[in-house]
Ligand binder design. Structure first.
Ligand SMILES: [Zn+2]
Length: 387
């Protein structure tokens, strides 16, 4: 059986969409407590538990944490897909047995449960936990640092999600991006950094077959306040995973699969043709660029101008009644050369009205765009379209 076939029939159906909290994963933790050791590492600033699962009995120790940024939930879904995969006994039996013998993986599925519940990047005190690896003023940061110090991992997986604005020089969106963080201001390739680079080169080669031209490399500026950089400073390789965007997958159900494939490839469960891995190929992975918008409407006449222009729309996310609403706003008006839309439309030089208004400006919330002359619909935002 191919892994893609297993995945499409067996991914974890109990969690989906963008809003993933401790409450959503509790039934899954309940199920897995019969299979794996689950410990509570501490509590968040608002007193929510921070659980950790231990999988496998091998010598190679890996520490993984997701939702350090509370609204970056895609990799949490991929973790539970991964847990379902390694727990089942129908497919890939030998590979899974070898994995469980080789590795011990410690997984913190939601490091920032308050931010997850509020659907915010920051924690309940509005602190970005990934900027306080030195200060350690927040409970969640202390939990992560204590786990790192106690477990002494051989590898860390720092699991994040990135906004829809990121694309690549390939003109495609950055569906998955990686970083081997720097541990010095000069961004030297230290031993631990090189190990993470080599692993990323392998992951990139594998993912290119699934999402050609859609794998990116994150900015490697050094910042000791970021946990990835701080752990690399202590000589432990860290891979930053960024779950990004593809097409109209605002629920991030497609991207979750690519992160799942990356996890199982990292642990040698899916084999690939052997090729000599050279860490230098890491630098050939294209860097993330901010060259994407959610929607671009090209070649339209706005504000009584006779010169055609383009309009970029970007969604802002808002938590309403336990679901995430995406609110379209005009982000840019101009030529937009070198920018791409996850969805694009050609307005064929027609005059347009936004929300029946002539006066179109940046920051305007968009519900409908019409052709000014024949009133035909150009763009319509389904207000109840929830993710
Ligand atoms: Zn993040």
């Amino acid at each position: 059986m191919k892994i893609e076939a297993w995945y499409s029939n067996n991914f974890e159906p109990l969690i989906s969409g963008r809003y993933i909290t401790l409450e959503h994963i509790k039934p899954l933790l309940e199920k897995y407590k019969n299979h794996y050791e689950i410990s509570i590492l501490g509590v968040s600033e608002l007193g929510k538990e921070i659980p950790m699962l231990k999988i496998g009995t091998g010598k190679k120790k890996v520490l993984a944490w997701s939702q350090m940024h509370g609204n970056e939930s895609t990799t949490t879904k991929s973790i539970f897909d991964f847990l379902k995969f390694v727990t089942q006994k129908d497919a890939f039996k030998d590979e899974i047995r070898a994995f469980l013998n080789d590795f011990t993986i410690y997984i913190i599925p939601i490091l920032n449960p308050d931010g997850a519940s509020l659907y915010t990047r920051n924690n309940a005190n509005n602190i970005d936990l990934n900027r306080e690896a030195q200060d350690l003023s927040q409970n969640e940061s202390k939990v992560l640092m204590n786990a790192f110090n106690a477990l002494k991992p051989d590898l860390c997986m720092n699991l994040h999600g990135q906004r829809t604005i990121y694309g690549l020089e390939t003109k495609k969106p950055a569906t998955v991006s990686f970083l081997s963080p720097s541990s010095t201001i000069e961004r030297e390739v230290t031993k631990s950094r090189r190990i993470a680079m080599e692993l990323i080169v392998g992951l990139n080669e594998y993912l290119q077959k699934l999402i050609p031209g859609q794998v990116g490399r994150y900015d490697d500026s050094f910042n000791a306040n970021c946990f990835g950089d701080a752990f690399q400073m202590k000589g432990v390789p860290v891979i930053l995973f960024e779950a990004g965007h593809i097409g109209y997958d605002y629920r991030r159900e497609k991207t979750r699969a690519y992160l799942f494939y990356a996890f199982i490839n990292l642990f040698g469960i899916t084999k690939q043709d052997h090729f000599p891995i050279n860490y230098k190929n890491y630098f050939l992975i294209p860097e993330n660029k901010k060259n994407y918008y959610d929607y671009i409407l090209r070649n339209v006449l706005v504000n009584d101008s006779i010169k055609p222009t383009s309009i970029a729309i970007q969604f802002t996310e808002s938590l309403e009644n336990e679901t995430i609403k995406f609110i379209p706003k005009i982000a840019k008006i101009g030529a937009l050369d070198g920018f791409y839309g996850h969805l694009e439309k050609d307005g064929n030089n027609s005059e347009i009205l936004v929300n029946s208004q002539n006066n179109i400006e940046i920051g305007l919330n968009v519900s409908v765009i019409n052709n000014k002359n024949d009133k035909s619909l150009v763009y319509f935002y389904e207000k109840n379209y929830l993710f």
